[in-house]
Design a protein around this ligand. Sequence first.
Ligand code: NAP
Length: 500
Amino acid sequence: MPQPRTESHVHDAVIVGAGFGGMGAAIALRHRGRSDLVILEREDDLGGTWHVNRYPGIAVDIPSSTYSYSFEPNPYWSRLYAPGAELKAYADHVAEKYRLRPLMRFGVTVERAEWDDASAVWTVTQSDGTTVRARLLLTATGFLSQPRLPDIEGVESFGGTVIHTAKWNADHDLTGEDIAVIGTGATAVQLVPEVARLAGSLTVYQRTPIWVTPKLDGPVPRAAQRMFARLPFTQRIARHIGSAILEAIMVTGVLEYARLSVFNRLAEAAAKLHLRAQVKDPDLRRQLTPDYSFGCKRPTFSNTYFRTFNAAHVDLETTSIARIDERGIVTADGRRRDIDTLILATGFDLWDANFPAFEVVGVGGRELGAFWRSERFQAYEGISVPGFPNFFSLNSPWSYSGLSYFTTIESQMKHIDRLLAEVDRRGARRFEVTEEANARFLAQVRRRIESSVFALGDCATSRSYYFNQHGEATLLRPTSTLNAFASAGRFPLDDYALSA
Ligand code: NAP
């Protein structure tokens, strides 16, 4: 058996996660002369979400011209909202073009990272005991990366096939099967119409309905793709239009609820009209209509989800699940449904399993997960935490700044670039955000969240993962994406303490 290796070599940086966030960070670090990089990835290939999630119907639900790096446009998206496989191919292309693959080590689960103040070095320990050392640590482990299994009695006793959407089993043929899907989040909205096509019978177990608005989707004509390739500015215009629409949705629908809640009500009305157009049965419509404000939870878009429930072989089940046994699902009223396959569209554990995704120990033994839980979730500009020098936490509380994750990635790349330029200019070896700067940022975002839908909307019944276990909505950065990007270019450099 191979022995764990202890590397004495100190790399410029260790990045954990080979998704779009980790790859963006590597590109930013290289730009500042850090070329000795290691990217550790738990999965067997790169691409993060887009490598892991392969369920039928998966597609991006942000316009593809916007959901990509601005410096690496792809003129060849086949649809306005590209299918998941194209996102994975795009990730492969970026890794190839920017020579990132050679930096990556796959199948590596990081268990712990510890800072040593004397040497100013991070030691990262993998599950096999192997250690890697670096002057910088960056965690790009995603938010939606720890699949959640439902806490339903007997779930492990089911005798048929169980598939979580984030661990799709493409070899399993669903044709003609009796199938249950648990969950009605964004994943189920994409998956359910596809499963219904194959299933002999399909029952969708819904605990909380979701707002669904029409999806303005369609193929991108070849002529438009050629135009984007030949005249890149035309795609930049498409990107700006997409970004402006998303920005407007974010600002009006989420952040400025105190003044602009009329937009939330308009979105609710649009979703109800959409439902009415697709479902004639008023009882079914009532069951599919949420009772919480639009925006409390990630909204979804689909032209096929609602109408799937009209089919004779598809049922919506809203009675809560009492237990699962070897043959199927029993609801609280004692009814049972025997099934062949159980599909868990039950989402991800963010707040217990993913903040952070592994143990991170900073100055004086401060442990990041314990700090966040006891002192509340916080991170300066959604990227730095006091007590954790030479560390960028890319999936932090308050970091996700808008609907396209690439706006967050590129803001963070800019933040990293600006800080490291100063670190180099001053010949520093160590940087750490100050307690004062962190407290100021925290006060600012807490103030701003007060006028958002999360504070003023009717979110009590939404069961939204935007809220943490303390009931605070600390996932989204409550500023416009333009503000996030501008802040990355102008945060006071003395918000960080630099030393040799
Ligand atoms: P999710 O939004 O967290 O939804 C999980 C669903 O499972 C919810 O309906 C939840 O019900 C249900 N559930 C969980 N535990 C349950 C239990 N014990 N009993 C009954 N129901 C249970 O997860 P998701 O649908 O995978 O989506 C996660 C996020 O991924 C989305 O919000 C989106 O950001 C992203 N996503 C993006 C795309 C895209 O861009 N194309 C596609 C899919 C997903 P409750 O609501 O009652 O808890």
